[in-house]
Design a protein around this ligand. Structure first.
Ligand code: GLC
Length: 363
């Protein structure tokens, strides 16, 4: 996550080479052809063509300065050459775009894709003539996909706590990705740590000494928080064990553990409700937030990401909030589907559809 661009792309190329080496001889239909690759790159990119784009900035704790402003496809191509891999990137796609493409392939009613994982973002299909920023010729379909980069949303209407401000200021990208910093998997556990630290320092929550481990940024990960939040044991054993194993805090009372579960709930609920608000915003923009002209239409949202997949209370709350926002009349027409590794599959499908090898019919 930190280092040089060379190191990063050499790592990716080396992993690819391993994959290719382990591939069954017969699985490649055209052994002499150059392989074509779909490249999912889950960061903000200024896309210059289907298979090129320059990195605008890093997010989610990555910090590889010499890659910023570079064409990431060019970098990967050079790295592949360095390891002797005969491959060509046929499509460069953000994970949201990959999920959208994969989603629509299996279900034509998919109109948007949302990632709730380490980071958060969404993409949707927009009418091209509704995009003021677009200067070029309109596509024949009349439609265009938009990678929203909603993780970078911020607004004075988005209330932030002291914990959020402190987390932001001390992050690798202060002032940026504010929506992401209060919703996504990279940060929820860290928010919890900050709240617990404050309670330890100012209210002696853990007794008269502040547990040393609690001072280490990012020591408490969102999967730990999720495990504590889902603890159904009568004495909250999971909470006790996590505190012991990760933070070296022993002898917690039941009352303390209960408070911690409540904190998990507060933090996760805020993130989940805000992500539902984001999805509702897309539906509203597309006029799919209400029955229009008495006509019912299905809107399917493809969702992926570890937070959505593994943090059940988060995803349940997100879904119930979306229903609440939409109201009864329309909520059954909006369906969320889980698109497992949708972004990888979607990128592969896009690569296939942009293949240089066109089957030529013999005349
Ligand atoms: C971050 C990236 C974005 C990506 C999202 C989910 O927000 O900037 O491009 O889609 O994480 O992985």
């Amino acid at each position: 996550m930190t280092g040089s661009s060379h190191e990063l792309f050499d790592f990716i190329a080396a992993e690819l080479a391993k994959f290719v080496a382990g591939e069954d001889e017969n699985s490649h239909p055209f052994p002499v052809r150059q392989r074509e690759l779909g490249f999912t790159f889950s960061f903000p990119v200024r896309q210059t063509s289907v298979a090129s784009g320059t990195l605008i900035k890093w997010t989610k704790g990555f910090s590889i300065e010499d890659a910023v402003g570079e064409d990431v496809v060019g970098e990967l191509t050079k790295a592949m050459e360095r390891v002797g891999l005969n491959m060509r990137v046929a499509a460069l796609v953000n994970d949201t775009i990959g999920t959208l493409a994969g989603g629509t392939y299996y279900n034509p009613d998919v109109i948007a894709a949302v990632i709730l994982g380490t980071g958060t973002n969404a993409a949707y299909v927009e009418r091209a003539n509704a995009i003021p920023k677009w200067r070029g010729p309109l596509p024949k379909s009349g439609e265009m996909v938009i990678n929203m980069e909603w993780g970078n949303f911020r607004s004075s209407h988005l209330p932030l706590t002291d914990y959020d401000h402190a987390l932001d200021v001390e992050s690798l990208n202060p002032g940026e990705q504010i929506f992401e910093k209060i919703i996504s998997g990279m940060y929820l556990g860290e928010i919890l740590r900050r709240v617990l630290l404050k309670m330890a320092e100012e209210a002696e929550f853990f007794g008269d000494t502040v547990p040393a481990k609690l001072k280490i940024p990012f020591i408490l990960r969102t999967p730990h928080m999720s495990a504590m939040h889902h603890d159904t044991s009568p004495d909250l054993k999971v909470v006790a064990n996590k505190l012991k194993d990760i933070l070296e805090i022993n002898n917690t009372s039941f009352k303390m553990r209960k408070v911690i579960v409540e904190l998990c709930d507060t933090i996760a609920t805020r993130g989940a409700r805000l992500s539902a608000a984001g999805i509702y915003g897309i539906l509203k923009k597309l006029g799919r937030d209400a029955v229009r002209d008495g006509e019912k239409q299905k809107s399917v949202i493809a969702l992926d990401g570890g937070l959505y997949e593994h943090y059940t209370k988060f995803s349940e709350c997100m879904k119930s909030t979306l229903k609440e926002l939409l109201g009864e009349e329309i909520s059954d027409d909006v369906v969320i589907i889980h698109s497992n590794d949708g972004s990888g599959i979607g990128a592969a499908l896009l690569a296939a559809s942009h293949s240089q090898y066109v089957e030529v019919e013999e005349s």
